[in-house]
Design a protein around this ligand. Structure first.
Ligand SMILES: [Zn+2]
Length: 267
């Protein structure tokens, strides 16, 4: 498998995995439009249509697999881009505007792709989130459905920007228990054989809920400080700062707090 890391401001943003299956070269999550560079591939699998993952698929001009209910936002990405700008602000602009892409293939939950991959609809991070399980090699391409894995820090943290759905996210993680996974490949930023990270990430999410529930009036900075006391992954990221803190961690806490506020007000 070929691994191509796309850097933003000197920091790894997305890792693209390219593998050949039955003579077909597949790229998983080609990265954002602004960081496009040509890839020698035949098809593109997007775990989800967010700009940092699927934004350059139109530039590649190859058949692009995305969740079946969201193909229109890949064909015409204008609404997706504006919605991303309203949530992510300057980061959406740094990721760049996707090109329209009419070579879109809709993926249904449970679909068998290229006679080699199983699609696992795993909403929560986003409703259009799909993981791809490569059965022969027992590799799970996890997208953003199991957190961000930063190997040099030995850290996993959620990436759960608003509108985050905690209930669906946990159900999605539970769905993975039925898979025989030996390798997890995270687009942020690498593959690992430490598949226990999936279980530990679920526990981490439960810890975050315990810490934040009942403290939903806190400012993000105060919420981060509380989380750092209970979750050493958060403490490590806060020490390092930069993109990891500003992009993932702050937006993830915001996603949790907004979800918990909404569920508190509707119960
Ligand atoms: Zn992402």
């Amino acid at each position: 498998m070929q691994v191509v890391t796309r850097y933003l401001d000197g920091v790894p943003l997305v890792t693209v995995f390219v593998l050949e299956v039955g003579g077909v070269k597949v790229a998983v999550d080609p990265g954002p439009a602004a960081l496009y560079s040509p890839l020698d591939v035949d098809v593109v699998f997007c775990t989800h249509i967010h700009l940092d993952h699927c934004g350059s698929a139109g530039h590649l001009g190859k058949p692009t697999y995305v969740h079946e209910r969201y193909t229109r936002h890949v064909v015409d990405p204008s609404r997706l881009y504006e919605a991303s700008r309203s949530v992510l602000g300057v980061f959406a602009e740094k990721f760049g505007r996707p090109l329209p892409n009419d070579k879109v293939v809709g993926v249904a939950d449970g679909a068998r792709l290229l006679d080699a991959f199983d699609a696992v609809h795993t909403p929560g991070h986003a409703p259009h989130h799909v993981m791809y399980y490569y059965r022969d090699n027992k590799i799970l391409f996890a997208g953003d459905g199991a957190g961000v894995h930063i190997p040099e820090l030995g850290v996993v943290i959620p990436t759960t920007p608003p509108p985050f759905r905690l209930d669906l996210y946990l159900q999605s993680l539970d769905k993975l228990r039925g898979l025989d996974v030996e390798v997890v490949c995270y687009p942020h930023y690498s593959c690992t054989r430490n598949v226990d990270l999936l279980r530990r990430h679920r526990e981490q999410v439960e810890t975050w809920v315990e810490v934040l529930r009942g403290r939903l009036d806190l400012a993000i900075e105060d919420a981060l400080r509380l989380l750092a006391k209970e979750d050493e992954n958060v403490a490590k990221i806060m020490n390092v700062g930069g993109l990891y803190l500003d992009f993932y961690l702050r937006f993830s806490v915001l996603g949790f707090m907004e979800y918990l506020r909404q569920s508190a007000s509707s119960s």
